[in-house]
Design a protein around this ligand. Structure first.
Ligand code: PLP
Length: 351
């Protein structure tokens, strides 16, 4: 299996990734929904460009440095950064970024708004700022529609900024509750004469139900490009839709029911996402990767494991987004044919 490639390596099947991109773009087109993919999954300008070519309106980044890496070659012109950006070191870079691309950001607190305003007060164009709303996922986001109104007014009154709309990272399976929350916020804003331009929602687990929240003007989605074991587990996709896998070699078979591979937590990562085990061994439903140390992955089986030292395994990780950030290079493949290495250009860009 891929005998010309060394292990452990992260494989990305471009045929599958491109098909995933085209399939969800077609869904968004059919439902009149703008698509703004989150690049935190692949961190590759080449795949971001493919997403734009297929019809995406722009990209989502989580960090300023990710956005810098994504826009370096000039092919991406529209970026939303879905993070409270704090501190002059970052807002200075944000200002430089805004000179190159159509940029928008989010905020859920006054400190962030004040910092953004300081950096953009003398800019030629206002920076569009969306209010991040907590519609039930309980991460960032203001807690009530009344808080949306307060922060929207603050943004609108801040030199260099304009209120651009609402953003949420919604809880999975709660489309009705999310829609109701956002509708209350929109109604309150409009009753105070404030127009809501954009409403940005997203997430791969609910991707095929995105049309059930027609209030959203755009959908942000990341994992769908590669898919992973967690999304197969939720029924969002099948194994054949998983574009990213880890190629590993069996380095030890110390017992009849146990083997060890050369991929540990530094490749597969420790993310469980509620699952049992650290990935799915393709073609071997009977195996469980039950334990990782940094460079070793332990595989167990209820009966004889049927593996030999030197065997190669392909593993679909629990969470593709973190795995693609682990190695400097990924191996591109199409089916069984290697296509060369690609540098993961925004890898480690967390500032
Ligand atoms: C703010 C935001 N938007 C969109 C996404 C995309 O989610 P997914 O990878 O489930 O598509 C994420 C994921 O972490 C996120 O944090």
């Amino acid at each position: 299996m891929f005998t010309t490639l060394d292990t452990p390596s992260v494989l990305v099947d471009l045929d599958v990734a491109e098909a995933n991109i085209r399939k969800f773009q077609a869904y968004c087109n059919a439902h009149g929904l703008a698509l703004r993919p989150h690049i935190k999954t692949h961190k590759l300008p080449s795949l971001a460009s493919y997403q734009i070519e297929q019809g995406a309106i722009g990209v989502t980044c989580q960090k300023v440095s990710e956005a810098e890496a994504m826009t370096a070659d000039g092919s991406i012109g529209d970026v939303l950064i879905t993070y409270n950006i704090l501190g002059a070191a970052k807002t200075r870079r944000l200002r430089a970024l805004a000179d190159r691309v159509r940029l928008s950001v989010v905020a859920d607190n006054s400190e962030t708004v004040e910092g953004l305003s300081e950096a953009f007060a003398d800019a030629l164009e206002n920076l569009p700022v969306l209010v991040e709303c907590n519609t039930g996922a309980d991460r960032c986001g203001v807690s009530t529609p009344q808080d949306v109104l307060t922060l929207a007014r603050e943004i609108a009154a801040s030199p260099g900024l304009e209120f651009a709309g609402l953003m949420t990272y919604p809880p999975s399976g709660k489309a009705n509750a999310v829609a109701e929350w956002l509708q209350r916020a929109v109604d309150l804003l409009e009753s105070h004469g404030i127009a809501v331009g954009m409403i940005s929602s997203g997430g791969s687990p609910d991707m095929w139900q995105a049309h059930e929240m027609p209030l959203a003007t755009e959908y942000r989605i990341g994992t769908y490009v590669y898919n992973d074991r967690s999304l197969v587990g939720r029924g969002t996709c099948g194994w054949e839709d998983c574009a990213l896998s880890v190629l590993a070699t069996v380095v030890s078979v110390p017992a009849d029911d146990r083997a060890v591979i050369d991929a540990g937590s530094k490749v597969l990562t420790s993310d469980l996402l509620g699952l049992e085990g650290y990935g799915h061994v393709m073609g071997r439903d009977d195996l469980l990767i039950d334990q990782l140390s940094e460079e070793h992955g332990r595989i167990v089986c209820d009966g004889p494991i049927g593996l030999s030292v030197g065997d190669r395994l392909r593993i679909v990780p629990n969470h593709a987004c973190v795995v693609s950030n682990m190695l400097d290079h990924i191996e591109l493949v199409r089916g069984e044919t290697p296509q060369g290495q690609a540098a993961v250009e925004a890898r480690g860009q967390v500032w």
